[in-house]
Design a protein around this ligand. Sequence first.
Ligand SMILES: Cc1cc2nc3c(=O)[nH]c(=O)nc-3n(C[C@H](O)[C@H](O)[C@H](O)COP(=O)(O)OP(=O)(O)OC[C@H]3O[C@@H](n4cnc5c(N)ncnc54)[C@H](O)[C@@H]3O)c2cc1C
Length: 214
Amino acid sequence: MLGHIVSYQMLNHDVVEIKIQLPQIISYKPGQWALIDYKVSEQPLKRAYSIAEYKIVDQNCEITLAIKLLEGSKSGGYLKIAKQGDDIEVVGIFGHFVLQDNENPKVFIGTGTGLVPLIAMANMTTSDKKLYFSVSHKSDLFYIDRIQNIANLESHIHVSREEVEGCEPGRIDLTAASFPENTEFYICGNPAVVTAFAETLQSRGYQKIYTEKY
Ligand SMILES: Cc1cc2nc3c(=O)[nH]c(=O)nc-3n(C[C@H](O)[C@H](O)[C@H](O)COP(=O)(O)OP(=O)(O)OC[C@H]3O[C@@H](n4cnc5c(N)ncnc54)[C@H](O)[C@@H]3O)c2cc1C
């Protein structure tokens, strides 16, 4: 379906936030993603992007994406020149990495743009909730305002390669943290990091672990 870019803004030096209005209401659960079909050549160029925010506006819906513009990226060439008012092809909303509808405590762990679906989930749940978010440098931070606006969220924002006031130093380290047995873990971002967290938590006996690898 043809979506319409209603807002385009850089969130930091390489993450762009794009809000897209879709011409119909599509069912959505927090954590899911949309597929963008760039249609830039004969070769298909489709990329999945998690949805940070979903809103119904009249008979349409609006999705907010936050996308890292990677060096040498195929889709980045288009994204860098995209602007408010452009049309963009969106193929549905998909995904099994979704917020479980219960009151179990929830721990969200994200690296880089792995934060995006966690923002949507943390916003929607009324469970006890904690968020661990990490980036390498201060300049990589984004959506700090969104994190701070989520009610009753205990947040741990890590900047691993430099000291930043208000942030925790080093990488996310859960070895000293303990969580109730029924805690659900939602882990998203770099595949190696997601696997490492999931394996560590499994080895500690936690069973409700949900992952999305970018
Ligand atoms: C379910 C799902 C949801 C996703 N949600 C998001 C999202 O919300 N925001 C977002 O920015 N991305 C997200 N991604 C990743 C996104 O779909 C693309 O894979 C990513 O943007 C790279 O595509 P590209 O065209 O920019 O790079 P390509 O042209 O495919 O690759 C360019 C270069 O970057 C390297 N590369 C590819 N992916 C990554 C990466 N993730 N990190 C570092 N280097 C990489 C490649 O090895 C290559 O050298 C998601 C992926 C999945 C599977």
